[in-house]
Design a protein around this ligand. Structure first.
Ligand SMILES: [Zn+2]
Ligand SMILES: [Zn+2]
Length: 874
């Protein structure tokens, strides 16, 4: 019976939609009891009821919905606990609720796709009064908009900003973060009628949204305005003279404002606040550029006598204060205790079962596809009259998912066919609004959409969300999951794992997703490939003094880069510092802060000359080689020609029945070892490396995995100076662990693939931003070695993060490999879609042995994370 749902509630520190004080939403009205013969469950059990339906539709006993609860038979503690440990995720001092690993239940048989269910109870909001310093006109304006009181974190954050602290707010999706900067900034602008503020967003669209949010709130004299690439020249003059709160982006700061700072001297002299929204997007190479760009801004502002307070808003990530400090170069205080309310949800972790009849690469088993599972769930949920969103990878997948659901419905309840649609990009605004309106009203029940943020932000309060694959970060997961659930009516969220080691890990270790965040944003502000162009820009803005270099730009690494710039004749050295030669044009126009430093290859449709987009020069040979099937924004193209010198790939639109995989040979040379530690037979290192790779061929492969043929390619080798983390293992220890010479290459290779797949768990990135190499005998180490390297010149901080969390990372890697129930390795554990060797050789059992050996050695030498993960007596 639905009525005696197990009470193993899981208290989780997760938040969601509900902007400051806003809406409660109403119940859904009667939708009819269609779940078995039970009475229709009340709102608080709606998610479980929907899950029963999904289970029944999959041929699984619906009662399983109530036997796979997480938790050790009671309410899980809401505060971080010590945990026994094979879980990553206990960076000390992190916010949120860590859930102890101890009771990860072993409940499922291999055929049962439902791995875990978590019930996240609804959480009431904690409110606070408007601070006493709030000007009456501002308070009235917000109260008129329905914000009678603040959430507790809003009051905390606004108070800190008001006190002059630099603050990063890292709370849940739509927890009302904007108010935390709006309140003190507007107050400051009211109090000092000459003061100015700068808001920076990663995209024009977000800046425009935030600007609109001030309508009816900003007092008259503030004159907020957008300053971006679309701003007409005549308006720019007005903005410079009159606007006191400018909404812009890093690109404009870099190309327009800073190079012409003299014209902005009044604005800069009075600059009191800098707001950096969605700051978790400033990571990797782009983030490294933005970090230096912000230092340029603060240095120039200081020259005019201003020292603005900085407010940053971030998705929930691990260690937000540390990241924000690295981004801004200032000490930043974090606000993480989210006081906003959220709706209750049942979250199901689903792993499509293995198919017995087909095999993939090297005889690997194949799972039922995440897309097919999602399509069926969508149909089942629509049959329950549940308003459901399904998030999939591409536009084509959205079409196929909707089509599949409609087909299923046609057999069961033809009236419902028209109530399922695909939401693709490219709609006109009014079409889009009509579709969104139909979903909100219930006229449409099921919509399949890509996980790009194409959907209006107003879509929320739905009954169910199905995610076909983990969207890459916790922030996006909760953004998508957050579309379901209203305060009164509990909702269902299903994460369907795709063939990927990270997805496998997450559905087996759901606490990673539900507990405290483990992923951090990484960037590397001393990357010489970023420092060089940024220092040139800075010198062109104002000559660089020795103090600037030491205090602002990171000291020694910057001096080294400056010396090289002087040698190349880019800058001049004079007694007082480094100068940009008067004759040279300002360098900012030539510096692409969103590029990798390797140049870009433009993807151009040959027939029309239309430019579709760009790919990074470094990855072009692997992704847009002649013959490659290239997906771009959900559309499929085939590459006709790649001109690396000219930076152009010519393509035509085509969706063949195969995909392509580049085959490459590569090599890693160690240039310098920055850190090195021996743990018995294992040595762990981090340092500078050169990675040389050459794409030599590509394979065509059908959807079911069959290789059609292999075509040789003639492309030049590419070399990449970047940073790597690597470990070596003494051959004797490997032999003693039962890995003989014949198995060694496959074991190391499999361990390398899985580790690359799991690194995004600890550092927000895509597995495509990372590469690796494993070898039974490396010329520089003289030993069996596994390398994992940053995919960008100079390193973006990924290998560095891997080195810092090595034990936790390898513990998770081992769990992902071990938990996959395939016998000899599959795409869910050790096979990689980007392997240059066609996933050959791979030894899954050997990978577990290698990781056991490495973790055993780390534990032996006292590493607590490894110790917790290695069974006693090993
Ligand atoms: Zn597997
Ligand atoms: Zn490989």
């Amino acid at each position: 019976m639905c009525s005696n749902v197990c009470a193993n509630l899981l208290a989780v520190g997760q938040t969601e939609r509900s902007a400051g004080g806003a809406g409660t939403g109403t119940g859904p009205g009667a939708r009819g009891g269609r779940i078995g013969t039970d009475d229709r469950p009340d709102g608080s059990q709606r998610g479980v009821a929907l899950l029963r339906r999904v289970l029944a539709g999959s041929g699984v006993d619906p009662d399983r919905a109530e036997t796979t609860w997480l938790g050790p038979g009671g309410v899980a503690p809401a505060v971080p606990g010590p945990g026994s440990g094979t879980e990553p995720g206990r960076d000390t001092g992190e916010p949120g609720a860590a859930i102890p690993e101890a009771a990860e239940p072993e409940v499922v048989s291999p055929e049962d796709p439902l791995r875990h269910v978590a019930r996240i109870p609804s959480r009431p909001g904690r409110t606070a009064d408007w601070p006493g310093w709030t000007p009456e006109e501002l308070r009235t304006a917000w109260v008129d908009r329905g914000i009678a009181r603040l959430w507790s974190h809003q009051a905390e954050g606004a108070g800190l900003v008001r006190s002059g602290a630099d603050v990063v707010v890292a709370t849940g999706t739509a927890s009302g973060k904007s108010l935390i900067y709006q309140l003190p900034v507007l107050t400051g602008l009211v109090e000092d009628p000459r003061a100015t503020a700068l808001y920076l967003a990663p995209t024009k669209a977000l800046a425009a949204d935030q600007l609109r949010a001030l309508d009816g709130v900003a007092p008259d004299g503030v004159r907020p305005a957008a300053f971006d690439g679309d701003t007409p020249m005549e308006e720019r003059d007005w903005i410079r003279r009159h606007c006191r709160w400018m909404f812009s982006n890093p690109d404009m700061l870099h190309r327009s404002l800073l190079p012409r700072h003299g014209r902005w001297s009044t604005f800069l002299r009075r600059l009191r606040y800098v707001v950096i929204d969605e700051c978790h997007t400033y990571r990797g190479v782009f983030g490294s550029h933005v970090a230096l760009l912000l230092r340029r801004l603060l240095r120039v502002a200081a020259r005019y006598g201003a020292r603005p307070t900085i407010v940053l808003a971030s998705a929930t990530v691990a260690k937000p204060a540390e990241f924000a400090s690295r981004l801004t170069g200032r000490d930043v205080v974090a606000v993480t205790d989210d006081g906003s309310p959220h709706a209750g949800r049942t979250v199901a972790f689903w792993e499509p079962p293995l198919l017995t009849e087909i095999t993939g690469d090297n005889g690997a088993p194949v799972r039922r596809s995440a897309g097919a599972e999602t399509s069926r769930m969508l149909a089942d949920l629509v049959l329950e009259r549940a308003r459901t969103l399904a998030f999939v990878r591409s536009r084509r997948a959205a079409e196929l998912t909707a089509l599949g659901a409609r087909r299923e419905l046609a057999d069961v309840d033809p009236d419902l066919v028209e109530r399922v649609a695909a939401y693709r990009g490219g709609y006109l605004p009014e079409e889009r609004r009509a579709l969104e309106g139909a979903l909100m009203s219930g006229e449409l029940l099921g919509v399949a959409t890509t996980n790009a943020l194409e959907l209006g932000v107003d879509i929320s309060g739905l009954d169910a969300v199905v995610l076909a694959g983990f969207p890459g970060t916790r922030a996006s997961f909760w953004q998508q999951a957050g579309r379901a659930g209203r305060s009164a009516d509990e909702a269902l969220v299903v994460l369907v794992a795709r063939d990927d080691p990270l997805d496998t890990y997450l559905v087996h270790h759901p606490r990673t997703l539900l507990g405290a965040p483990v992923e951090t944003c990484v960037l590397n502000p001393v990357n010489p490939y970023v420092l060089a162009p940024q220092l040139a820009c800075a010198a062109a803005e104002l000559p660089l003094t020795a103090d600037d270099v030491e205090d602002v730009f990171g000291g020694a690494p910057a001096v080294e880069v400056l010396d090289a710039l002087v040698d190349e004749g880019v800058l001049r050295r004079r007694p007082h510092g480094w100068f940009w030669p008067d004759t040279g044009d300002a360098p900012a126009a030539q510096v692409d802060i969103r590029g990798s430093g390797l140049g870009q290859v433009a993807i151009v449709e040959a027939a029309t000359g239309r430019m579709l987009g760009t790919v990074d020069g470094g990855s072009a040979p692997g992704t847009v080689h002649p013959g490659a099937v290239h997906l771009h924004r959900g559309e499929s193209y085939v590459v006709d020609e790649l001109d690396l010198d000219g930076g152009i790939a010519l393509v035509h639109e085509e969706e063949p029945d195969w995909r392509t995989e580049a085959q490459s040979v590569s090599d890693v040379t160690v240039l310098a070892t920055t850190a090195s530690r021996r743990h018995g037979p294992v040595q762990v290192c981090f340092g500078e490396t050169t990675v040389t790779s050459q794409v030599v061929a590509y394979r065509r492969r059908t959807a079911d995995g069959t290789v059609l043929d292999q075509t040789p390619l003639d492309l030049p080798p590419q070399s990449l100076d970047t940073r790597s983390v690597w470990y070596t293992i003494d051959p004797d220890a490997l032999a003693a662990a039962g890995i003989d010479d014949a198995r060694l290459p496959g074991a190391l290779h499999a361990a390398e693939h899985a580790a690359i797949g799991l690194l995004p768990l600890f550092a927000i990135c895509d597995r495509w931003d990372i590469g690796g190499l494993s070898t039974a005998l490396h010329p520089d180490t003289g030993l069996p070695t596994v390398f994992v390297h940053d995919g960008h010149p100079g390193g973006a901080g990924l290998a560095e993060r891997g080195h810092a969390v090595l034990a936790r990372w390898l513990v998770a890697t081992r769990a992902a490999v071990r938990d996959c129930e395939c016998r000899t390795g599959c795409p869910s554990c050790v096979q990689s879609p980007k392997c240059g060797n066609g996933n050959n050789p791979l030894d899954k059992a050997g990978a577990v042995q290698v990781l056991d050996l490495v973790l055993g050695a780390l534990a032996e030498s006292g590493d607590p994370e490894a110790r917790a993960a290695v069974p006693a007596g090993r």
